[in-house]
Write a protein that binds this ligand. Structure first.
Ligand SMILES: [Zn+2]
Length: 279
């Protein structure tokens, strides 16, 4: 499932190819994804010029010169395919296609159809039901130890669950929460309210650094991206704890001091952590 750095990378790839271009042709191959496409979507996109892009949490906003923004969510399995010409064969599960005035083909592929596309007035982007109520962007200055402490005050859920709550901070998912908690030495099971203060001052910089490193890795994957029929936004990561159950902990001596990375289930999802250093 794409998280913030993957979505940021997809947005940067789209920006590089689409900003300033006109949409010469738009095609929908079904009635919708998670929800129906907005009425007249293909007609409203055709002829519009793309003026800019913005990411909010895990959402991409593509702004058009007519004053509307296309809101895109990749869902569980969505991906964007860019190619310099219309592919010879139809890509399976490619439900929405845009063609630019310079001949590029942009396909939204989503086998499980948990993704979504909506069209909203640009000036009211932040009041859209999916974006309203979202917490601060983790890379903005508005997300800091003070604002995080305030959001966690009185919260009696585990810190892992609190950080996944999009009202506390936007765009964090399972992988980056596990990684940031590990780097900050904070147990994923610790009650959220006890992270306010000293621990929040340790955690916030690790959240930002974890995301920045992943975005940088995504950016270099874009520079390497030369093949036609390329997919945006998926790139290699070297996780410290995520998916590494039983593997040696990168910052501990081996057994008997640290038995390695442990996996537990919290709210139905896997959490990976080091029981020795994360308290
Ligand atoms: Zn360890």
């Amino acid at each position: 499932m794409p998280e913030l750095p993957e979505v940021e990378t997809v947005m940067q790839g789209l920006r590089a190819r689409l900003e300033g271009r006109r949409i010469a042709h738009a095609e929908l191959r079904r009635g919708g994804l998670r929800w129906p496409f907005p009425p007249g979507l293909a007609q409203r996109l055709t002829g519009a010029r793309v003026t800019g892009f913005r990411r909010r949490g895990k959402y991409i906003l593509m702004r058009l010169d007519g004053g509307e923004s296309v809101l895109i969510h990749l869902g569980m399995s969505g991906r964007i395919i860019l190619s310099p010409a219309r592919p010879n064969a139809v890509t399976p599960h490619e439900h929405m296609v845009l063609e630019t005035d310079d001949g590029w083909h942009v396909g939204f592929v989503d086998p499980r159809r948990f993704g979504s596309v909506d069209l909203i007035p640009t000036e009211r982007e932040d009041t859209h039901k999916l974006l309203a109520g979202m917490g601060p962007e983790p890379l903005d200055d508005a997300f800091n130890a003070e604002t995080l402490s305030a959001a966690l005050a009185g919260k009696r859920t585990p810190i892992k669950a609190a950080l996944l709550d999009q009202a506390v901070v936007a765009g964090l998912g399972n992988i980056y929460v596990c990684e940031a908690l590990y780097r900050a030495g904070i147990s994923p099971r610790r009650l959220a309210q006890t992270v306010a203060g000293t621990r929040a001052r340790r955690l916030v910089p690790e959240i930002k650094a974890t995301l920045r490193e992943a975005i940088a890795a995504g950016g270099s994957s874009l520079r390497d991206y030369v093949q036609p029929d390329g997919e945006l936004g998926y790139f290699q990561h070297a996780w410290k704890v995520y998916g590494r159950e039983g593997k040696p902990c990168p910052q501990c001596p081996g057994p008997p001091i640290c038995a390695g990375i442990k996996r537990i289930t919290q709210s139905g999802r896997s959490t990976f952590y080091c029981p020795r250093t994360q308290r």
